[in-house]
Design a protein around this ligand. Structure first.
Ligand code: ATP
Length: 201
């Protein structure tokens, strides 16, 4: 089976940036956010089931999912949120694993923002946490998204605490520095993963 590295980190820690550096080295990325959108795209089984359950209000005129409407329905209804997660999480897992098996690189990077929170760490062979302090999370995210720092602070508080995430990591990549130092850290990890991937299991 293919060697899978689970890449995670808090908001604005640099997951996408790190993932793209692995991609530059020829490594296939499997991105949970992209798969989560794919499984509810127009015409999918996932979207059909959602419309059957929640009604046509969660569907836009063009047939695509109305995410705002769906978010509002599940916001104050934990049972409905659970229903949705029970529908989508197995689909997302299955699709990600299919993409892993189709990948032709020596190992695969699975990018999952909520890797530990959603138990997807059980699917991977090794976990890699991108780490920065909350000050940098806030400044980089608000610069990127043009949002208020208070909004970023709230998201940080809703995620797993930094120390807990770090304690679960097999490897940690410190992203406090510049992009050049990040690139050399990624290169070192790449060699480590190539070795691990070539070990017989
Ligand atoms: P999210 O959780 O919101 O998806 P993320 O973890 O994928 O975010 P990125 O989008 O990769 O984080 O990085 C956040 C911002 O910080 C981006 O604008 C990115 O270009 C910038 N950034 C990432 N790493 C560095 C770095 N080492 N130096 C300077 N800027 C950086």
């Amino acid at each position: 089976a293919k060697f899978i590295v689970g890449l995670t980190g808090g908001i604005g820690s640099g997951k996408t940036t790190v993932a793209n550096l692995f991609a530059d080295l020829g490594i296939t990325l499997v991105d949970a956010d992209i798969v989560a959108k794919d499984v509810v795209a127009k015409g999918t089984e996932g979207l059909t089931r959602i419309i059957e359950h929640f009604g046509a209000d969660v569907c836009q005129a063009n047939g695509a999912l109305n995410r705002t409407a769906l978010r509002e329905i599940i916001f104050n209804q934990p049972q409905q949120r659970d229903w949705l997660n029970n529908l989508l999480h197995p689909m997302i897992r299955q699709t990600m694993l299919k993409q892993v098996q189709q990948a032709d690189s020596a190992y695969v990077i699975m990018v999952v923002p909520l890797l530990f929170e959603n138990g997807l760490d059980k699917l991977v062979n090794s976990t890699l946490v991108v780490d920065v302090d909350s000050k940098l999370q806030i400044s980089r995210t608000s610069a990127r998204d043009k949002v208020a720092t208070t909004q970023v602070e709230q998201i940080i508080l809703s995620q797993m605490p930094r120390e807990q995430r770090l304690s679960k990591a097999d490897d940690i990549i410190d992203n406090q520095g510049d992009l050049n130092s990040l690139r050399s850290k990624v290169a070192l990890l790449h060699h480590k993963y190539l070795e691990l991937a070539n070990k017989p299991d």
